[in-house]
Every structure is written in structure tokens, then in C-alpha cells.
Design a binder for this molecule. Structure first.
Ligand SMILES: Cc1cc2nc3c(=O)[nH]c(=O)nc-3n(C[C@H](O)[C@H](O)[C@H](O)COP(=O)(O)OP(=O)(O)OC[C@H]3O[C@@H](n4cnc5c(N)ncnc54)[C@H](O)[C@@H]3O)c2cc1C
Length: 442
């Protein structure tokens, strides 16, 4: 009986207009609130978002409660004034890559199709915590890409110039400047001597799962229904138009459906009969035991695939190449652990003294040129956002904003005009790494 009443109340709540629901649930976080709650035994905190019962139909259904799906819903409601929005997540919010990545943000891209988009994203990161009223620990601690050859210095100089021409910040550091920052690096390694670095001071790290929680709270406070444990298992399409999605909690109608499921892109879009230019691969991440502060920024090795930062708890957070075979398993294998460890040892031999505390994997939606897709499909009302490879965390704010722009206005956002399906047809690849059509290398 009680459960039934709860269900009815939840249904009623779910059907209330957005502003009323907002009043019921939204609690503003602030320093004063923390002090006030401390004084009354923390009894006044309310849940960060509701647990609504799905309605029969929405104007917008976003599939995937990761960073991109939640950001899309947040901006659809907040920036584009849209309502009747739901996010459907098959597990729990933030259980995918948004909660599994190595938290690096930056806009140090070279190509025209990418640089303005990632710079837009970095600017959004800079105001994010105020925007969604949540502490996501945005930390612009700086990122350096190490240089090991003269040719690489030329390439990074060109990249730095491209960044500055698009309004981003970039600096070229010489060897002594790098040595002053990180004296423990292996500067005289016979194969990979360190000759300098490209630095972006505005790059850094963000507490990854707090990004999911912040966007979830922001969206919920504007009336978006966040529906967890709700897997999309099919799509209802008639006469070339999407009518809604079949889910583990029944059919949910929608005028527009936006898919943002990262590593599951191929599987979900197969429900619409689409085969994507995307492969799924595993990427692993690693955290060492807690150490005293030693790396105060983010660093990438230029002669192998290894990147490292230090978490606020002291663990060295690092990663490298993807596992190299197609998989939907959220775990990796030992050969890549060995490869990443070798990269770390070549760069900073002292890492060999640190013990590995944890390792995990996430599923990457690797596109054929390493760049994303934010586009309409040939099915009316069905939109797609994916192909982020292992770089989609830094893109979260801009990806959400641009996808919301496309869903609400039916035209691409000016910074995302190149992220279309037809670039593969027309040969207009955005191949930042110059690897060709080899997703496992991007
Ligand atoms: C180990 C690792 C390190 C990384 N490091 C970085 C980094 O340092 N910097 C960076 O920029 N990027 C990094 N990335 C990449 C980044 O994490 C991803 O590109 C990005 O998080 C993907 O977008 P998302 O957050 O929306 O994905 P996700 O969080 O994976 O969200 C997709 C959601 O869709 C849900 N879903 C799937 N199928 C269905 C279905 N049928 N129905 C309903 N829901 C469904 C999933 O459960 C999931 O929650 C890293 C990734 C990994 C795994």
C-alpha cells in the first residue's frame, strides 16, 4: 500500500510542470549552506536529483546518462528553453566512461574542425561550477606535451600557433624550463631525450564523476526526468520517422531522440538499422598508491603513449594505449599494462618504486579518423552524438551544448559543423593524429 502511494506520488510529481518540480527539489549549494548544515547535524540535505517514474512520452529523449547525455539535457533545458525532456540510462548515472576516465581537459588541438570546438569546451569548463552550482573541482593546473626530437618541436610549434590563432593559450618551453618543473624526468634518456614541451596553462583536470552529478543536478532542477535502470532495447520507426524507444521499462514516446551512449554507439544505433564508422575498444586507466605531491600538472610523453597527473589524494593517475582489439568489456588485459608501465619507466624511472593501487577499463567509441560525430541521421527525429574515442571527457560541456543546439534548432552549432557523418563519404576526414582510417591507432 505504502509502495503504491509512493508510486502515485512519484507519478504526480513527474507530471508536474518543470518549475514546480524545481521548487520541490532544488536546493542551492553554497558555503553558507555547508556551515548551516554542519550546525544542524547535516539533516537538511535533500537528494541531488529525483527518481521519477517514466512518462508515456516526451518531446526529447536522450539515450545515455553519461557526461554527454546529461550535459545535453542540462543545456536543452537551460540554454535552449526546452521542456519535457528525459535521459534514459541503462545502469546508474555516471557509471560509464564519464566516471572512468583520467580526467584531463585541454584544447591543444591543431585542426580547424577541432580547435574551435575544444576551445569552446574549455571556456565552458571555466564557468561550469557556477553554471550548474556544483563543485566539480575544475583545476587548471596546466598540461605539457613533452618534445623529444627537433621535428617534434617544429610540429608542436605549429600546433601552438594554430591554438593561439583560435584564441587558445600556448607556450613553448625549453629543456631548462621543463627541468625546473619536473627535475625527476629522464632528460638524458639515450633514445628519448627531453628537449622541451608545449604547454597549455589553462588545461588541467576535473573531478570526473562530479561532472556527471553536477549536470544531473542541473538538469533535474530544470524539470528533466533522469531515469536510471532503463535500457533502450529498440526503436520504433515508422515511415522514416522515430516515434519513440522500447526500453526495459516499457515503450517511451518521443518527438526527438538523441543518442549519446559512447562505447555502446554501434549497438544502440543498430536498433535503427544503422552501421556506424565506429569500433569499440577498451582503454585502461591506472592509479598508484598515494604519494607526496610530485606532479602538480598534467604531462604527456611524446615518444610513447603515456600520460600522467596526480590526484588530490596523492595517487599518480596514468594511462596509455587502448587494448587494440574490439570489445564491449569494461576491463583490459595485462600486455597493455606492461606497455603503459614501460612508457612510464622511460619517462620517469622513479615510478617503478610506486605500487599500483587500481586499474580499470572503459569502452571507447573509436571513429575512423579519431574525431567525433554530432549529427542528424537519415531517420527524422533521430540524432547521434559519438565517436569520442579516448578524448571525450574534455569535450563534455561543448558536446552537450552543441548536441542540444542541434536537437533544438535542427542546425549544427558553429563550432561543430565539421562533425558530420558525410565527412567519411566526402573524404573530409578530421585526422588530428594523421593515422588514416585506423580507429585502433587514434
Ligand atoms: C580509462 C579512460 C580514460 C580516459 N581519459 C580521458 C581523458 O583524460 N580526457 C578525455 O577528454 N577523455 C578521456 N576518456 C574518454 C571519455 O571518458 C569519453 O570519451 C566520454 O566520457 C564519453 O562520453 P560519456 O561521458 O557520455 O560516456 P559514458 O559515461 O560512457 O556514457 C554513456 C552512457 O550510455 C549508457 N548506455 C549504453 N547503452 C545504453 C542503452 N542501450 N540504453 C540506455 N543507456 C545506455 C551507458 O550505461 C553509459 O552510462 C577516457 C576514457 C577512459 C575509459
Amino acid at each position: 500500500m505504502m509502495a503504491e502511494m509512493g508510486l502515485v506520488a512519484a507519478r504526480e510529481r513527474a507530471t508536474l510542470p518543470g518549475t514546480m518540480r524545481q521548487r520541490m527539489h532544488h536546493m542551492r549549494y553554497s558555503g553558507f549552506r555547508v556551515i548551516a548544515e554542519a550546525l544542524r547535524g547535516h539533516k537538511g540535505w535533500t537528494p541531488a536529483w529525483r527518481d521519477p517514474v517514466p512518462q508515456a512520452a516526451y518531446d526529447y529523449v536522450i539515450v545515455g546518462g553519461g557526461g554527454h547525455g546529461l550535459a545535453t539535457a542540462h543545456y536543452l533545458a537551460k540554454e535552449f528553453g526546452q521542456a519535457r525532456i528525459a535521459v534514459l540510462e541503462k545502469g546508474y548515472l555516471g557509471g560509464g566512461n564519464v566516471g572512468r576516465n583520467t580526467t584531463i581537459i585541454r584544447s591543444n588541438y591543431l585542426l580547424d574542425g577541432n580547435q574551435p570546438f575544444y576551445e569552446f569546451s574549455l571556456k565552458l569548463w571555466e564557468g561550469l561550477e557556477q553554471d550548474f552550482n556544483y563543485n566539480a573541482m575544475v583545476s587548471q593546473r596546466g598540461i605539457i606535451n613533452l618534445i623529444h626530437t627537433d621535428g617534434q618541436r617544429d610540429a608542436y610549434t605549429r600546433r601552438g600557433n594554430a591554438m593561439m590563432m583560435h584564441g587558445a593559450d600556448a607556450e613553448l618551453l625549453n629543456r631548462d624550463q621543463v627541468r625546473a618543473m619536473y627535475p625527476f624526468l629522464n632528460f638524458d634518456n639515450a633514445r628519448f631525450p627531453i628537449k622541451g614541451a608545449l604547454m597549455q596553462r589553462r588545461g588541467g583536470t576535473v573531478r570526473h564523476d562530479a561532472v556527471a552529478w553536477g549536470y544531473a543536478r542541473g538538469a533535474d532542477s530544470r524539470g528533466v526526468d533522469l531515469i536510471q535502470n532503463c535500457e533502450v532495447t529498440g526503436m520504433r520507426i515508422e515511415n522514416g520517422r522515430i516515434l519513440g524507444v522500447e526500453t526495459s521499462r516499457g515503450f517511451i514516446g518521443a518527438k526527438k531522440v538523441g543518442v549519446a551512449v559512447a562505447g555502446s554507439s554501434s549497438r544502440v544505433m543498430a536498433h535503427a538499422g544503422m552501421r556506424l564508422p565506429i569500433e569499440s575498444h577498451v582503454l585502461q586507466a591506472f592509479v598508484s598508491e598515494g604519494l607526496k605531491p610530485v606532479i602538480d600538472g598534467v604531462m604527456t610523453f611524446g615518444a610513447g603513449h603515456f600520460y600522467v597527473s596526480q590526484s588530490d589524494k596523492g595517487g599518480l593517475v596514468f594511462g596509455g594505449d587502448i587494448d587494440g582489439y574490439n570489445s564491449y568489456a569494461q576491463r583490459g588485459n595485462l600486455p597493455v599494462i606492461e606497455d603503459v608501465a614501460e612508457g612510464g619507466m622511460a619517462l620517469m624511472p622513479m615510478i617503478g618504486r610506486a605500487r599500483l593501487l587500481r586499474a580499470w577499463g572503459g569502452i571507447m567509441d573509436m571513429s575512423m579518423d579519431g574525431s567525433p560525430i554530432i549529427d542528424k541521421t537519415h531517420i527524422d527525429g533521430l540524432y547521434f552524438n559519438g565517436g569520442w574515442c579516448y578524448g571525450g571527457f574534455k569535450a563534455t560541456p561543448a558536446s552537450g551544448w552543441c548536441f542540444a543546439h542541434l536537437l533544438a534548432r535542427d542546425v549544427p552549432h558553429p563550432t561543430a559543423t565539421a562533425y558530420r557523418f558525410d565527412r567519411f563519404l566526402k573524404g573530409r576526414m578530421i585526422d588530428e593524429k594523421g593515422q588514416g582510417a585506423q580507429p585502433n591507432l587514434h
